[in-house]
Design a protein around this ligand. Structure first.
Ligand SMILES: [Zn+2]
Length: 218
């Protein structure tokens, strides 16, 4: 069994991974990172989910990432769900977050960092691709003298497969947060909501998420 620091955002993918690693018997430590997002709503969900599972959870922060992404600067419009999602890229985000998680893991004497990067993200987000994550693990292993490695169990899986796995694990999907906007419910209109909806549809799993248009139409 491993001792795992999991980058835990409270989103669908990292919540399924948390349930998955927990079911496999690993010792877990959830790390939620505020890196300057316009809203930190997902981290509220992360803390709530970790608490419900009695998994230790540490909110953390990274400062100084330039506000060149729509996720970090309200003046940059979020692209429509059908448009190129490039404005949502935070340059090198996972390099930063994985370095932080590896530092935490080494300090705690944990041997693994887990990230829920997946195949659905490859096209838009270069720091979710297998080659980057493999190389980042090598860097972390060198920096820690082989005490810490990175695992990305979902890197070759599409989001629909993660939904199916979550369904078998009994993940409370409604408690997770994917939306790029920080409303009271998912907007149903951004790229993250569209990917979430498509994943449930493709998986053939009921989507319990409340989307804004459902609220509007009663
Ligand atoms: Zn949304």
């Amino acid at each position: 069994m491993s001792q795992v620091v999991i980058l835990f955002s409270g989103g669908l993918d990292s919540t399924v991974l948390l349930y998955h690693l927990r079911a496999d018997g690993h010792t877990l430590y959830g790390l939620g990172v505020d890196y300057g997002q316009c809203h930190a709503r997902e981290l509220v969900h992360a803390e709530r989910i970790a608490l419900s599972l009695e998994v230790p959870y540490q909110p953390s922060g990274v400062y100084g990432i330039p506000r060149s992404s729509a996720l970090l600067k309200p003046a940059i419009p979020l692209p429509a769900a059908t448009a190129d999602q490039a404005p949502t890229v935070v340059p090198g985000r996972n390099a930063v977050l994985l370095s932080l998680a590896a530092s935490v893991a080494d300090a705690l004497n944990y041997d693994t960092v887990a990230i829920a990067a997946n195949a659905t993200d490859h096209a838009t987000y270069p720091d979710c691709r297998p080659a980057f994550l493999r190389t980042m693990s090598v860097a972390v292993e060198l920096a820690s003298e082989d005490r810490v490695r990175i695992i990305a169990p979902y890197v070759d899986l599409p989001k629909a497969a993660i939904v199916r796995r979550g369904a078998t694990l009994g993940v409370p999907f409604a408690d997770t947060w994917s939306c790029y906007r920080g409303g009271t419910v998912h907007c149903g209109d951004c790229g993250a909501c569209a990917a979430r909806q498509a994943a449930f549809r493709e998986a053939g799993v009921n989507d319990p998420t409340v989307y804004e248009e459902q609220v509007c139409t009663g």
